[in-house]
Design a protein around this ligand. Structure first.
Ligand code: SF4
Length: 250
């Protein structure tokens, strides 16, 4: 793993999904095999290492964010869009935490999406941000599949346990089931029962880029339109049963 430090020129950027996105790191050691950022971030950042094997820590992110927030119109900040802001390096650098302290000062809403229970460390700060929505990306209920596709991320069981704590702490919570990986949709939704207010569902984007990985593991049938549609229907039915708000983003 190559970790470098850099001075970023901007950390609060416009987003098509929310008003802003904030990425305290370039690169992501969660190393997901389906990561769309892996398709463009290595070239964009000039790295030749495989995806998941490099990170740049934007060590000026908190000061830069403060300067940008002074001038920004109030809007929701998505943390993060092309990295996981709670990947292991964050335990050392605390860049996400320091950015949250700035966000708290300016009182912007945040939407935090992660795969790591390191987010629990920052609940104290998040409590003081008026509009904070927290959620986990959980693409399958199957730990073996998760470890295959997301080799650097914490297991599903830890994400579920963290959701329990976050929900009990009174936050608005969500789960992002995307991309749909091989799974038992009913079991997955039952694991989330009572822990999230809303579920988002997405399919695998750009399957052509990732199909070789599926093939190597004999899983190509799970990267098909048929499979995504079948799981979507089952997740819809299960969400009605458990009374989740559901948003399908494909
Ligand atoms: S956690 Fe997100 S950004 Fe990081 S590798 Fe996985 S999909 Fe990509």
């Amino acid at each position: 793993m190559k970790i470098t430090e850099k001075l970023a020129r901007s950390v609060l950027n416009k987003s098509k999904v929310f008003d802003y996105c904030l990425n305290p790191y370039t690169g992501c050691s969660h190393s997901c095999r389906y990561c769309y950022a892996s398709l463009f971030m290595p070239r964009y950042s000039g790295h030749t290492e495989p995806w998941g094997q490099f990170i740049e820590a934007k060590i000026n992110a908190p000061e830069l964010l403060r300067r940008q927030l002074v001038k920004a119109r109030r809007g929701t900040i998505w943390i993060a869009s092309v990295c996981d802001a709670y990947q292991p390096a964050e335990a050392h650098y605390l860049l996400t935490r320091k950015c949250l302290a700035e966000i708290k000062r300016f009182n912007f809403p945040v939407f935090i999406q992660t795969k790591s229970d390191l987010v629990l460390r920052d609940l104290d700060l998040l409590h003081d941000i008026n509009e904070a929505e927290l959620g986990f990306s959980i693409a399958t209920d199957n730990e073996h599949i998760a470890s295959l596709f997301e080799p650097g991320a914490p297991p599903i069981s830890r994400r579920i346990k963290a959701l329990e704590t976050i929900k009990k702490s009174g936050f608005k919570t969500f789960a992002f089931i995307g991309p749909i990986l091989p799974q038992d949709p009913n079991r997955l939704v039952s694991l989330l029962a009572g822990l999230v207010d809303k579920i988002f569902i997405d399919r695998l984007n750009y399957p052509g880029y990732f199909i070789n990985f599926y093939r190597q593991h004999g899983l190509e049938a799970y990267a098909s339109d048929n499979y995504f549609e079948q799981v979507k229907r089952e997740l819809q039915a299960a969400s009605q049963k458990y009374k989740f708000e559901l948003e399908i983003v494909f």
